[in-house]
Design a binder for this molecule. Sequence first.
Ligand SMILES: [Zn+2]
Length: 276
Amino acid sequence: MENNQTEVKPKSRKELIIERFLSQLSDQYNKNFYWRSGQEKLYLLKFAHIPEKFLQESFKNYLIEKLGKDLPTIPQVYSFIKAQRGFEKHWEYFYRGAEFCVHCRSDKDGHTGGYRNIFIWGYKEDRLASKMHLAKCNCDAGLKMSGPCYTDLVDDMALKHPEAQITVSYFDGTRIVDSQSQSNFVWEERVIRGTVSRGENGYIINWEHPVWKSSVGIRILECNNIEVPAHFRKELADKQQEREAQSRMKFKRKNTRSIANDGYRGSMPSSIQNWL
Ligand SMILES: [Zn+2]
């Protein structure tokens, strides 16, 4: 049997919240069903990015605090809601009708985002100079954001500073790779500090520099998949052990003193005895 009935989609929670608010308004200002259903769609668009709970609270506050003799317009209601405590700025940037692409989204569903970060560095009169920029993405949703598109910015920079290295953030399948981490800038800073030097095919670690024996140095090597000499780890572990022993000594001295000074002459609890 053919089903000629129009399918009635159950209303979402947000639709119900908006419907209730609008029916309060239509009661107050004598508006009919058609006005209400027309407004409902506009409200849904306008408040699509605002969480339901926040919207419900704000509507309630509006009815209590704001209802006057004139029917409010959507922009008036919106600006009231925007001024409510807890309103988050990024809700305004939600782009309706499309998602931000994987390279520029700042949440997992692509409801927020739109910008890529761009890192440029180079030598300016022998001085290392760098700058981080933000520019809108070239995906459909990103192009709706304000300011120049990152591709134009990169072209512009490359023209002005042909020697500079320019990198742009992107999604590598697992995470967003920040533009600065892709650049050689940090390595060039290390050249200046003397912890590495420039070689034929890349940077060479200056192993005699003490930084590589520190925990920070070892971490840098590990992060760059450079093998850490075994004796570096051992020296670091020995040093740490020594430091721990020293701080235990200090703790012991301090506590012996404070116990001696408090006038207590009785027996000592065994837990403290163990420390001394
Ligand atoms: Zn994008």
